[in-house]
Design a protein around this ligand. Structure first.
Ligand code: ARG
Length: 457
């Protein structure tokens, strides 16, 4: 397919140059946005009198026809074109002749591509946000089912204090709510129309940029044409928000992987979301969680790519910036793919409550509560801490737990103890007395669920 910029050149483009230079393999996914952006531009050119109204109307209907034909499969995108912008404009001219050639008045591919990526990414942000909401909703439902499912909470991967499974999954819901918020924030800064920046220095035509912004649903127009064409902050911000989503999914995956092991056995994944081994007949592997954990690396890589591409570019547009698309599209596609598999995996997993409860019963996770009981009886916390530590050591020696240690042994370490200690260290009570906002008690978790559900509404 012929280039748009032939006039100055005497020789044909080398095939190697075209192969290297062409971006159509990855920017063809922007065809719809490219056409809609062109329709808005042509409409504005007609209404401002920059081109004849009748020509603007022909261009708009020509472009609509091209859009329909690509969507229906009647028109195939030519993969030898330089990019999607060249292809669409070439096709329009093939259909309309002279009139088609007026579309690019007062526009450059530099502001055109800056527009197209923003339009595509705004749509992708909406899709990813919907997927995040689905996952948050699944987590809320799991939490509702497991408000009294006691499990050990960990620090240093050592059993620490009693929590519930509901409390644990709502921690991830909190992270994902922040992710949603971040995406909305990225979209806000992305939602600024660059068209009208021209190649770099704006244009002498009396454009109505506000009109184009209104047609395309942009909140504002860019303030400086050099920045308008060469800003890719919004790609970097999005890749960064996506990287954080992957950090969260990856941490969750790591826990799923541990919980599936025989060493934990806190959950069982549904057969539909697990895989087997080609040699070991007994195996049921959490491949989805492992792949999500692994794919986080791709997304961080995409962020690094974008930062590195942009860091040394003199104003304004440089071809380096064509590298933005593969990186940000890969990040977007990876996150969507991960969420598509991760959400139903969580939704269908079975929580093995008894195993969680058994793990909670061993490991002295109520030791803090035992110390707090002594504090309630007037002992300074440091002394209470020391006495409880001695009791734990005693239990380990005797193969007992704080629940099964006889009261005489308690009294021998500290005579303040009475039978009330057994109630104080009861795991259900330990959990449900933690009424503090954000804590694991049923009422605190209810509030967390309510907040998350409201947030995704
Ligand atoms: N394919 C190009 C890109 O993605 C479109 C802009 C081309 N502009 C130019 N001055 N060569 O960046």
């Amino acid at each position: 397919m012929a280039q748009l910029w032939k006039g100055r050149f005497k020789k044909e483009l080398a095939k190697e140059t075209n192969d290297f230079n062409s971006s159509i393999k990855f920017d063809c996914r922007m065809f719809e946005e490219d056409i809609k952006g062109s329709i808005a531009h042509a409409t504005m050119l007609g209404s401002t009198g920059i081109i004849e109204k009748s020509e603007s109307e022909k261009i708009v209907s020509g472009l609509s026809g091209i859009l329909d034909d690509i969507k229906s499969g009647k028109l195939e995108i030519d993969m030898s074109a330089e990019d999607i912008h060249t292809f669409i404009e070439g096709e329009l001219t093939a259909r309309l002749g002279q009139t088609g050639k007026r579309l690019h008045t007062a526009r450059s591919r530099n502001d055109q591509v800056a527009l197209d990526i923003r339009m595509v990414l705004k749509k992708e942000i909406d899709e990813i946000s919907e997927k995040l909401k689905e996952l948050i909703s699944v987590l809320c439902t799991k939490a509702e089912e497991h408000k009294s499912t006691i499990m050990p909470g960990y620090t240093h991967l050592q059993r620490a204090q009693p929590i519930t499974f509901a409390h644990h999954v709502m921690a991830y819901a909190s992270m994902l709510c922040r992710d949603l918020d971040r995406l909305a924030d990225v979209k806000k800064r992305m939602n600024v129309l660059p068209l009208g920046s021209g190649a770099l220095a704006g244009t002498t035509y009396p454009l109505d940029r506000g009109m184009v912004a209104d047609i395309l649903g942009f909140d504002d127009i860019t303030a400086n044409s050099l920045d308008g064409v060469s800003d890719r902050d919004f790609c970097i911000e999005l890749a960064s928000a996506l990287s954080l989503i992957m950090v969260h999914l990856s941490r969750f995956s790591e826990e799923i992987i541990m919980w599936c092991s025989w060493e934990f056995k806190f959950i069982e994944l549904d057969d539909a979301f697990s895989t087997g081994s080609s040699i070991m007949p007994q195996k049921k592997n959490p491949d989805i969680a492992e792949l999500v954990r692994g794919k986080s690396g791709r997304v961080f890589g995409d962020l690094t790519t974008l930062l590195t591409v942009m860091k040394g570019i003199a104003l304004a547009y440089n071809k380096d910036m064509q590298e933005d698309k593969e990186a940000i599209f890969d990040a977007v596609d990876t996150v969507k793919m991960c969420l598509n598999a991760f959400t139903p995996m969580i939704d269908t997993m079975t929580v093995l409550k008894d195993n969680m409860r058994n793990a909670a019963a061993r490991g002295f996770i109520n030791a803090t509560d035992c110390a707090d009981y002594l504090v309630g009886k007037g002992l300074p916390f440091r002394d209470a801490y020391k006495a409880t530590g001695e009791l734990v050591a005693l239990c380990i020696d005797k193969g007992l737990t704080l629940e099964t240690l006889p009261i005489e042994e308690y009294k021998a370490v500290c005579d303040i103890f009475d039978d009330g200690v057994y109630d104080a260290i009861n795991l259900e009570k330990c959990v449900n007395d933690r009424l503090v906002v954000g804590g694991p008690s049923q009422s605190s978790v209810d509030a967390q669920i309510k907040k998350a559900r409201n947030f995704i509404k």
